[in-house]
Ligand binder design. Structure first.
Ligand code: ZN
Length: 244
């Protein structure tokens, strides 16, 4: 069975629709979503509705909890705080209930799921092998899927040498799932920050033993227009053009 692994949708409906269409076209039957489904973009309810109706497995990100007041926004940068408070005001009741009930961690077969890291699911950014190393002690499965940095990446751990390595997760190059323990970030659907404005996600073929990262074009201008019209901070729509 093929699964679509999504993260950091961030209320970007145009990107989410394009990714789901691409994933279905590839034969994906199930969706796992690694948190920050809302925040920054203009369509929080619509994104949650679309993922719910597709039966997606969702976990909590910092923006998801901030939107429903389970986290204070005092540690957010000003643009993120403004967006979190705006999102909170837009939420319909079913969306609010869904976000309030999101778990911090999930486990499915050989995979642990956490937004930031298995060590600190809401806040930790896995941006280096040095930071990622302790997280390998915080999940029991061979593999872990994370988001949060909006940067596609693969971390591997060699227990004999107690060594963690970070490497790129290039698109369209199958990542084999072998004996090596891995933490994998598929990049962001709705607000990429790797210098590539296309939506990013991964396909997981667990039985065949590989993951594949996909880049998907979407109507960036439509998403930007809605963020602008909502009166959200300009940087939130401007950055979608260049993917930083
Ligand atoms: Zn995020």
């Amino acid at each position: 069975m093929l699964r679509a692994i999504l993260s950091d949708v961030h209320s970007n409906l145009e990107a989410l629709q394009a990714v789901l269409e691409d994933a279905r076209g590839q034969g994906a039957e199930e969706i796992w979503c690694l948190g920050d489904t809302v925040g920054y973009g203009a369509n929080p309810n619509e994104c949650l509705d679309l993922l719910s109706s597709a039966g997606a497995l969702l976990i909590a990100g910092n923006h998801d909890w901030a939107a429903v007041g389970k986290l204070g926004v005092e540690w957010f940068n000003p643009d993120a705080a403004t967006a979190a408070l705006w999102t909170g005001r837009q939420l319909r009741e079913p969306s609010r209930r869904l976000l309030e009930g999101l778990p911090l961690r999930e486990q499915r077969g050989a995979f642990a799921l956490a937004h930031g890291s298995p060590r600190e699911p809401l806040w930790e950014y896995l941006t280096s092998s040095w930071v990622a190393r302790p997280s390998f002690d915080h999940f029991d499965t061979p593999y872990c899927l994370v988001g949060h940095t909006h940067l596609p990446a693969v971390f591997s751990y060699d227990p004999r040498l107690d060594r963690c390595l970070m490497r790129d997760f290039p698109p369209e190059e199958p990542l084999p799932l072998g004996e090596e323990r891995l933490i994998i970030n598929p990049g962001s659907v709705g607000q990429p920050r790797n210098g590539d404005p296309l939506a990013s996600y991964a396909l997981l073929a667990e039985d065949a033993g590989w993951l594949l990262r996909r880049r998907v074009p979407y109507d960036i201008e439509a998403a930007q227009r809605k963020i602008r019209e909502a009166g959200l901070p300009p940087r939130l729509w401007q950055r979608l053009s260049h993917g930083w």
